[in-house]
Design a protein around this ligand. Sequence first.
Ligand SMILES: Nc1ncnc2c1ncn2[C@@H]1O[C@H](COP(=O)(O)OP(=O)(O)OP(=O)(O)O)[C@@H](O)[C@H]1O
Ligand SMILES: [Mg+2]
Length: 538
Amino acid sequence: MSQIGATGRRGDAPPGESGALDQTNKPSVREAAAPALAAVGVSKHFGVVRALDDVTLAVRSGEILALVGENGAGKSTLVRIFEGVYRPDQGALTAGGAPQAFRSPSDAHALGIRVIHQEPDIVPDLSIAENLFLGDFRRIHGVFLDRADLARRTRQMLAEFGLEKDLGPWIRAGDLGPAQRQLMEIMRALRGGLRVLALDEPTSSLTEEEAQRLFRVVRRLRDDGVGIVYISHRMREVRDLADRVAVLRDGRLVAERRTAEFPESEIVQAMVGRPIADLYERGARRRGEAVLSVRGLTTKRVRDVSFDVHSGEVVGLAGLVGAGRSELAEAIFGHDRMLAGSVAVRGRTIRLRSPADAIAAGIGFAPEDRKSQALLLMRSVKDNISLAVPDLISRFDFVDPGAERRIATEFADRLRIRTPSLDAAVSNLSGGNQQKVVLGRWLARRPKVLILDEPTRGIDVGAKAEIYRLIAELAGEGIALLVISSEMPELLGMADRILVMAGGRLVAELDREAANEERILSLAMAENLTRTETVRTP
Ligand SMILES: Nc1ncnc2c1ncn2[C@@H]1O[C@H](COP(=O)(O)OP(=O)(O)OP(=O)(O)O)[C@@H](O)[C@H]1O
Ligand SMILES: [Mg+2]
C-alpha cells in the first residue's frame, strides 16, 4: 500500500493537478522545530462553567498526543478551540510558532488543522465522492462536474485506505457504517494538506477490528509528520497508541508525560484525583430463577434468538457492530416489531406493542443512542434522572419534590455527573455526562430486568468503576441484567455469562471461565455457524 498523509503526494498525479493527497501546506519535518500547534494560557468559560483554565499544551509534528480526562474535563472544548469553533476567552494559539486567531473552522482548515468529531460531519445524502471533494469541484474540470475524474480520484483515495473493494465513489455517505464514515472524514482532511489531526473519541462506535484499522491509519499519519491529538476514555488504546499523554482535570492541565514513563494507574489517578484499585469489583451473587425468557425472537434483523437471563445474573451480549445486538434489545423493549417469537418476564408472556408494555412488565432499557431515544435534552438533569422513578417518588398521585431531588442527587454524585446544578439543562452537558444521566435514570428505577446498551460508551474511567459497582449491586439485589458492550475487557470483567451474536443470530454462549477475547472475536466473526455453540465449564 502506498503511503498516505503528509508526504503522500503521488508521483503519478498528472502535472498541474493537485493530487488527492496534496500536501502543500505542510512544512517538512526538518523545518518544524516549533510545535505544529500549541495552546498558550488558554481559558474558556460557558456561563459559570469554567471549561478550560489557563491551559498550555503543544502538539508536535510526528507525534500522537493522547488527551485524557474525566467527562466534562474540557477535552472537546480544547479541540474545538484548536479548530476555530470556539474562541478562547484568554490565551492564544500558535501554529508552527506563529500566533493565530481563528475566526472560524475554515481558518483552521486552511492551515491543515482538522478535527474528527464524534458526531459525523458529513452530508448523508451526497455520495462519498461528493463528500470528499465538496467545495473542490471547480478545480476538477472548469465549470462542469467531471464525474469520471471525480470517480477516479475517489477510487484512488479509497485504495490508499484499502477500501476500494468495499466502497465505490457513488455510494451514499449516509449508508456508511461509523468506521467507514470516520475514514472518509480523515480522507477529506488529507485532501487539503494535513498538519494537525485531532480525533475526539473516534473508536466509541467502532469494533475492535475497525479500531485496529483506524490505528494503522493514525500511526502512518504520525510517521508522515502529522501531529495527532487523540481523545479517548479507553486506557488500553492510549497506552498502545500515544507517544505522550496529557491529562485535563476540571479544565486544567494536571499532567503531561511520555507514555512509557506514565503508568496507567498514575494516568487514572491524575484524571480522577484518586486511585482506583479494582475496576470490576463484584460482590457475592446468587443466580436465581429465570426472569427474562426470550424464545424464537425474530425481527427484520434478528433471527430466531432464544435465551434466559436469571435473577442476580449479569449476561453480556457480544458481537460485531451490525450483529443485531441493539436490534434484539430494542425488540425486547417493544421498540422494534417482532415478526415471531415471545418475550416473558417471570414466566408471563408480555404483549409487546410499545415500550410502555415492556416498562409495565418490569423491563428497563438504557439505549445506545442517548440523544435520539433517551434524553429530554431541554429538561433538567434532575427531571431526566427522576422521570423514570414515578413509583418511588409519587404516592397517591403526590409527587414528593424532596424525594425526587434526593434520588437525583444520589445518582448525580455516584456517577460523578458534572453539571453546574441539578436544574441545568442536559443539552449543555458534555457527551459522557449525558450518558451518565441516561444510566442514572434506569439504575435509580431498579426494574426486574435491566438492559444496558453500551453503558459506558464515552464514560470516563472513574465513573466506569462506579457503573460496574452499580451493576454488581443491582445483580446482588436480584435484578436480571443484559449488558451489550463492544469493549471486551468490560464484558469479561463484569459478565457471569456471555452470549455472542453474529449476522442476527445467537451463535454462542460462554461461561465466564470459558470466555476470552480471542474466542469471542472468532465466534463473532463466524457468521455462518449453523448452530449455537455452547461452552460451559463443569
Ligand atoms: N456549549 C456549551 N454550553 C455550556 N456548557 C458547555 C458547552 N460546551 C461545553 N460545556 C461545558 O464545559 C465543560 C467541558 O466540556 P467538554 O465537552 O469539553 O468535556 P469533555 O472533556 O470533552 O467531556 P467528555 O469526556 O464527556 O466528552 C463541561 O462542564 C460542559 O458541560
Ligand atoms: Mg468530549
